[in-house]
Design a protein around this ligand. Structure first.
Ligand code: MLT
Length: 410
């Protein structure tokens, strides 16, 4: 009989969002009269249609595929040059990132998990707590951890606690870690990191030969001009950081899938014989073997995000979602809840009323307000006592959520 990867048996129950989906479905089945009133502010999934410029580019690309003269089969595994160049010229203008440093993919969830393929065993890995669960689960799957303790923390990972006192940006650890995941603007807390905080992390990484895996999937939501949008705005980052970005949240690509990793040539790891090896070379090799590229119409759609019209239309989406975040923040504040995030990110992070756990809050919101939120503890032990409201929704739904919050939690 084939043996399995035992590491999977260490994983706690289900992945957070399907688990929430299961509970919501069970509630809707048991309460059919309430099902139509449910408003989902749990998973951060976009609700507004793809920008027109993106759709037009995709239509055109599909038509090209329908014509013998312009048909294309396999594309370059690392992404078409037109998109790699558009990303470098637009998203990284002035930051000395070249098209060749951009590796196009089918999204950041896959990228942040797959990147572990190229790192060796025995690395000390640090994650924030609370955290986007993919970073933890993929390390468990690949065997980088021991078992979970009662609080759900895995043996072998270094947990960097994020809380209201440190504005949800972790303190630099005393110990040396080999890899650290940082995500700013942050999922789930909606916090942003200042230039000084990121500089301290880059300085730490350079001093300790640490690689920073920087998830910037929410950079487009930054409103404050002083908040860095990319880790490469920080001096020295090109020698120690990889950056993950996505078209999911800015361009509404959650269903069509496209993202990328930026890997400068100067970021290196060490082989077992002590040789310094460029991470970029390994990732390129891995990509050629395991991936055949994001689809051509999707990459044309992603390119259109950077067209004049595309930029305007994406900005309208951001303005819409951040308007929602503002309303949600105000409603929670008005009823006396302590609110974080939602200013440079589409997530509002709310402290539960005294003595109420995250899952109790989830149940209360589901059963009394018919609103789906995400319990903070689903993102890690330090998320206990908080809940997350996603601002990805229609304005009408968000206004209704605000009314229900005031009715049921005031
Ligand atoms: C979330 O709700 O945290 C996001 O949708 C997760 C993701 O982008 O995969």
């Amino acid at each position: 009989m084939a043996s399995i990867n035992d590491n999977f048996l260490k994983l706690k129950a289900g992945y957070l969002f399907p688990e929430i989906g299961r509970r919501v479905a069970a509630y809707a089945e048991a309460n059919p009269d309430k099902a139509s009133q449910l408003i989902r502010c749990g998973i951060g999934d976009v609700t507004e249609p793809l920008p027109l410029a993106v759709r037009e580019a995709m239509h055109k690309a599909v038509d090209e595929l329908g014509c013998r003269d312009t048909f294309r089969g396999y594309g370059p595994e690392q992404g078409y040059d037109f998109l790699r160049k558009a990303v470098a010229d637009n998203a990284y203008a002035g930051l000395d990132i070249s098209a060749d440093d951009i590796f196009v993919s089918d999204g950041s969830k896959c990228d942040t998990g797959n990147i572990l393929d190229i790192f060796g065993k025995g690395n000390t890995i640090a994650i924030t707590d609370p955290v986007y669960p993919v970073y933890v689960d993929t390390n468990v799957m690949i065997g980088n951890t021991g078992e979970a303790d009662e609080s759900g923390r895995y043996e072998g990972l270094v947990y960097l606690e994020c809380n209201a006192e440190n504005n949800f940006v972790p303190a630099i650890p005393e110990e040396k870690v080999d890899i650290v995941y940082l995500c700013y603007p942050n999922n789930p807390t909606g916090a942003s990191a200042t230039r000084e905080q990121l500089q301290a992390w880059v300085d730490y990484a350079l001093k300790n030969d640490t690689i920073i895996l920087y998830d910037a999937a929410y950079e487009a939501f930054i409103q404050d001009p002083d908040v860095p949008k990319s880790i490469y705005e920080i001096e020295g980052a090109k020698n120690c950081a990889l950056e993950f970005r996505s078209f999911s949240k800015n361009g509404g690509f959650t269903g069509v899938r496209c993202g990328y990793i930026v890997i400068p040539e100067t970021v290196t790891g060490t082989s077992s014989t002590g040789e310094k090896v460029a991470i970029k070379k390994l990732w390129s090799r891995r990509t050629s073997t395991k991936f055949n590229g994001a689809s051509y119409p999707v990459q044309r759609g992603a390119e259109a995000v950077y067209s004049e019209e595309g930029k305007k239309q994406v900005q309208e989406l951001i303005t819409h979602y951040m308007g929602n975040a503002k309303l949600l923040r105000e409603a929670c504040t008005e009823i006396g809840l302590k609110v974080f995030g939602g200013e440079n990110a589409p997530y509002v992070w709310v402290a539960c009323p005294e003595g109420v756990t995250s899952w109790d809050m989830f149940d209360k919101m589901l059963e009394e307000a018919n609103v789906v939120i995400t319990p903070g503890s689903g993102f890690g032990a330090a998320g206990e006592g908080y809940f997350r409201i996603s601002a990805f929704n229609s304005r009408a739904n968000v206004e209704e959520v605000c009314r229900r919050l005031k009715t049921h939690l005031a």
